[in-house]
Design a protein around this ligand. Structure first.
Ligand code: HEM
Length: 410
């Protein structure tokens, strides 16, 4: 996409909410233009009150660290640009991502042990063996479609492991999580009825698991939720169901896309691919750079609880803000040669996982999965090449890849 350098972003010549804008990848030139010319930018909406786009790293950090002024709470609209209450149209309880402290802190504590270093240590072996198993199926083949063959399956299998879901019950999880997240893509959510059916099936299955774990607790995430006490009481079924759905969706699509878009980036940067193949010991840094480069979650929303100021703009109580991680991750003020994909850069300050009280609970797990995947994939296929067009998810919320055809060139 080429932008007219004289373009004035306040003219609103582009609609950042339009999912079609993301079909060829995120519109980085528009974001670069906004960072330079109007870093906290007001966009009117044809079907809503409008919203502020926060595009610079430092403003995004300031907003994310101030939940008292910039709320995630569902009563104020939640974490998506559309209002959660209106669109979901159901009587579900909020999950932690749509809560503010102190309530948020209580619910986050409930599951955070499951994502701590000790627990992850124990998951490293199972993640590696699952990765090896999936990749070994490709050995001997000349081509593959990475999303369907590996990237979609791996994170889901890891979550199923974490949830303690038996192997033969895992298949429907794919369809359910696709339908819940990608509301603008007809391939993934053919209709509203389809999405509602998926939500209902997922809830019924989650309830079945609740019952099983109530009777026979195990060492898994569902048992942790079922037996956890908040203020001395077991959490309600509604809270349990929303935590279940959040973890499933948040941990699945995001990691899938980090893997697929990461391999795409490596194919498009053969020098970096060769570097990683020759020095697998940099895979930890490489994973962080991939996360910066890809930004699997494009934005999250906040809503102002009072009048405030950010980046020189006056924000009014009730205003919506979109925190564009995808833009902050290319901010030239923070990252030298921000537009270059450099696996050795040590991109720790990237915001792909957000920052502040809602910092991604699964960040360590996702980075671990991505690192193990890179090591095992490149050990088997050191010279992958794109073998056809990359098909992306039609969404302004996730940077998703539906199909990534590859020549494996063993
Ligand atoms: C590459 C993969 C991932 C990316 C890019 C990602 C991104 C994010 C982002 C940006 C947030 C911040 C939300 C906000 O500030 O409003 C978040 C929160 C969250 N993520 Fe992730 N995520 C990933 C993987 C995972 C995994 C594997 C899990 C767990 C299974 C997970 C669970 C969560 C949860 C529960 C929250 C809400 C935390 C809270 O509200 O305190 N994520 N994620």
């Amino acid at each position: 996409m080429t932008l007219d350098p004289t373009l004035d972003p306040t003219l609103d010549s582009f609609d950042l909410r339009d999912p079609d804008l993301y079909l060829d990848g995120p519109p980085h030139e528009i974001f670069a233009h906004l960072r330079r010319k109007d870093p906290v930018h007001w966009s009117p909406e044809s079907d809503g009150p409008g919203f502020w786009s926060v595009t610079r790293h430092r403003d995004l950090v300031a907003v994310s660290r101030d939940p008292a002024t910039y709320s995630s709470a569902r009563e104020r609209g939640g974490h998506r640009l559309f209002d959660e209450v209106e669109t979901s149209g159901r009587d579900a309880a909020a999950s932690m991502i749509s809560m503010d402290p102190p309530e948020h802190t209580r619910y986050r504590r409930m599951v955070q042990d499951a994502f701590g270093p000790a627990r992850l240590e124990g998951l490293t072996g199972p993640i590696r063996s699952r990765t090896v198993e999936l990749l070994d199926r490709l050995v001997g083949r000349r081509e593959c479609e990475l999303v369907g063959d590996v990237a979609a399956e791996l994170p889901l299998q890891v979550l199923a492991e974490l949830f303690g879901i038996p192997e033969d019950e895992r298949r429907p999880l794919f369809e359910w999580s696709d339908a819940v997240i990608a509301e603008d893509d007809p391939d993934m959510r053919p209709s509203r009825e389809h999405a509602m059916r998926c939500e209902a099936e997922m809830a019924a299955y989650a309830l079945e698991l609740w019952q099983r774990r109530l009777e026979r607790p195990g060492n898994d995430l569902v048992s942790l939720l079922v037996h956890h006490r908040v203020d001395g009481r077991r959490i309600s079924i509604e809270r349990y169901l929303s935590a279940f759905a959040l973890l499933l969706v948040a941990g699945n699509e995001t990691t899938r896309n980090a893997i697929a878009a990461g391999v795409e980036a490596l194919c498009r940067h053969p020098d970096q691919l060769a570097l990683l193949v020759s020095r697998p010991e940099i895979s930890r840094d490489a994973a962080e750079e991939i996360l910066r480069w890809v930004s699997p979650v494009l934005h999250m929303r906040r809503t102002a609880t009072r009048d405030a100021e950010i980046g020189g703009k006056r924000i009014r109580s009730g205003d919506k803000l979109a925190l564009w991680y995808v833009s902050a991750n290319r901010d030239e003020e923070v990252f030298e040669r921000a537009d270059e994909f450099l696996l050795e850069r040590r991109a720790q300050s990237h915001l792909a996982f957000g920052i502040g009280p809602h910092f991604c609970l699964g960040a360590r797990l996702a980075s671990l999965e991505l690192r193990i995947f890179l090591e095992e994939f490149l050990r088997r296929f050191p010279r992958p090449e794109l073998a056809g067009p990359v098909r992306r998810v039609r969404s302004n919320f996730i940077h998703g890849i539906k199909e990534l055809p590859l020549r494996l060139c063993g």
